[in-house]
Write a protein that binds this ligand. Structure first.
Ligand code: HEM
Length: 379
């Protein structure tokens, strides 16, 4: 028993000494990131931010840290978060930093890296080629009939539901099956296919569905914006015209403006803080599609507009940016045109719209609450 006690004491003393010396070093002026400000809890250990992340409001916490400490904040012992746009190219451009080791924790099948987490730029470049082919113009053209059929199914399902429809759930189903439809054949080993298949589901399903749900949430909240969008949709896709055909998308400036929603050692750019920084955008927390029209010269305004398009990076930037952007944009434009042409929506009676933002949780992917709406077919 004495021997057991002695061994336990030795291990306890060893680990206590190890933990305190590591913590002291992390807090000391000798640490390479010592000059960056941040809360002690963040400098000492990753556990604190992991705890905050587990609550689903990490985006607000880091935004608040930037407000308190400035553009560069130490959010972990070895991690800096940036809010200033001049780091976008040095961090994420073609000569930027490779992905850091924190991506290891997001793998499904170590060591068969999913493309999104590959740290070697050359290996990443090679792995990305089939992905880029899968989303080029020719592939999207091939995919179009399938996408159109899925969008039609979605809108039909919304129309035929009796009573309240949880739009969030239906749009999730839609983006999930559309992604599955798009599983292009890729010349990879089965494990890599598994990794990349899961990446496609995670990177492509939740992102597109959250953006679409937000668009519909704001369209219902701001009827004037909805009216304006409906006028544009009715102009290009009057009743009888096929709203599933993407031919008019390039001319639809208001549709584009509506989709660009306000807004989610290692360094990362905190997109949420950058998009909501008043140095980059006037009224950064408002749903105000007109900002894009004014900035693009399609509308005039007496107000002075702060608008920095370089600070708008929802699909990231550089060689690891979103390879699925063409598909995501095509999906969103088609769903919005078809929905706006075919139906009117309002929130379900008794539902509090403030619940939408309250229930939104950032857990690397976004977890959404329900979006209960009443869908009525347009005459
Ligand atoms: C509105 C919808 C979408 C948004 C906002 C979005 C955003 C992003 C962002 C910010 C990244 C960079 C992640 C990082 O490096 O930290 C990314 C990467 C990626 N996205 Fe998307 N995405 C969307 C839709 C899609 C779709 C539909 C797909 C297709 C299946 C997709 C597939 C990917 C892949 C495979 C990567 C990794 C790229 C690489 O490592 O080279 N995304 N996306």
């Amino acid at each position: 028993m004495d021997a057991f006690k002695a061994i336990t004491m030795t291990f306890a003393t060893y680990y206590a000494a190890l933990c305190s010396s590591v913590t002291l070093y992390r807090l000391s002026p000798f640490h390479p990131l010592a000059r960056y400000p941040g809360p002690i809890m963040c400098k000492a250990s990753t556990i604190w931010v992991a705890y905050v992340a587990s609550k689903g409001k990490q985006h607000l916490y880091i935004q608040d840290l930037h407000r308190r400490y400035g553009d560069a904040v130490r959010i972990g012992p070895n991690e800096i978060s940036f809010r200033n746009t001049d780091v976008i190219n040095p961090l994420m451009g073609s000569r930027g930093l490779p992905k850091g080791p924190n991506w290891d924790g997001r793998l499904f099948q170590n060591p068969m890296h999913a493309m999104i987490s590959i740290q070697d730029p050359q290996e990443h470049f090679i792995r990305r080629k089939p992905w880029s082919r899968a989303f080029n113009t020719g592939s999207l053209k091939e995919l179009q009939p399938l996408l159109a059929a899925r969008v039609e199914q979605l809108v039909e399902a919304a129309i035929t539901q009796k009573g309240v429809v949880d739009l969030s759930k239906w749009i999730n189903f839609f983006t999930y099956v559309t992604n599955e439809d798009n599983r292009a054949e890729r010349p990879l080993s089965p494990l890599k296919v598994l990794e990349d298949g899961l990446t496609a589901i995670i990177a492509g399903t939740d992102t597109t569905s959250s953006t679409l749900c937000n668009v519909f949430f704001f369209l219902i909240t701001y009827p004037k914006v909805h009216e304006q969008l409906q006028a544009e949709v009715d102009c290009y896709y009057p009743p009888g015209e096929d709203a599933l055909d993407p031919q008019h998308h390039p001319k639809m400036v208001y549709l584009e403006a509506v989709i660009f929603l306000p807004e989610g050692n290692q360094a990362r750019l905190h997109f949420y803080s950058v998009h909501r920084d008043p140095r980059n955008f006037s009224n950064p927390d408002s749903f105000w599609p007109e900002r894009w029209l004014i900035a693009g010269g399609n509308m005039t305004s007496s107000e002075e507009l702060v608008h920095n398009p370089n600070a708008f990076v929802p699909f990231s930037h550089g060689p690891s940016n979103c390879v699925g952007k063409p598909l995501a944009m095509r999906e969103m434009r088609t769903v919005i045109c078809q929905m706006v042409q075919k139906v009117n929506m309002r929130f379900a009676p008794g539902w509090n719209p403030q619940d939408w933002e309250r229930d939104m949780e950032d857990r690397f992917n976004v977890k959404k609450g329900p979006l209960p709406v009443i869908v009525e077919k347009r005459d």
